[in-house]
Write a new protein. Structure first.
Length: 90
């Protein structure tokens, strides 16, 4: 993972990181690392609640459900994308 991709996504909200990922192949490739997407799914390491994919993820139990051992890390980007879609709670 490029240090630049990590540095830039640390300043991004989930929607911004998803937009970068979908903008071109170079960004998509740079943002394949699961730890980039994991930061939008849970409170560890601590991130501002506004940076999470949804505020409900500030609850450790909810984020554990989405990032625990039952979820393959390569699916974190897909989970973030699903949570950011309109109507995700239905």
């Amino acid at each position: 993972v490029s240090w630049a991709a990590v540095w830039i996504t640390e300043a991004c909200r989930a929607d911004d990181a998803l937009a970068l990922c979908y903008s071109c192949r170079a960004w998509c490739g740079a943002l394949l690392e699961p730890r980039i997407w994991q930061r939008y799914l849970g409170p560890s390491p601590p991130v501002p609640c506004a940076s999470l994919a949804r505020p409900v993820l500030a609850d450790g139990g909810t984020s554990e459900l989405l990032t625990g051992p039952q979820v393959h890390p390569e699916n974190f980007r897909c989970i973030v994308a699903a949570l950011r879609r309109p109507g995700w709670f239905r």
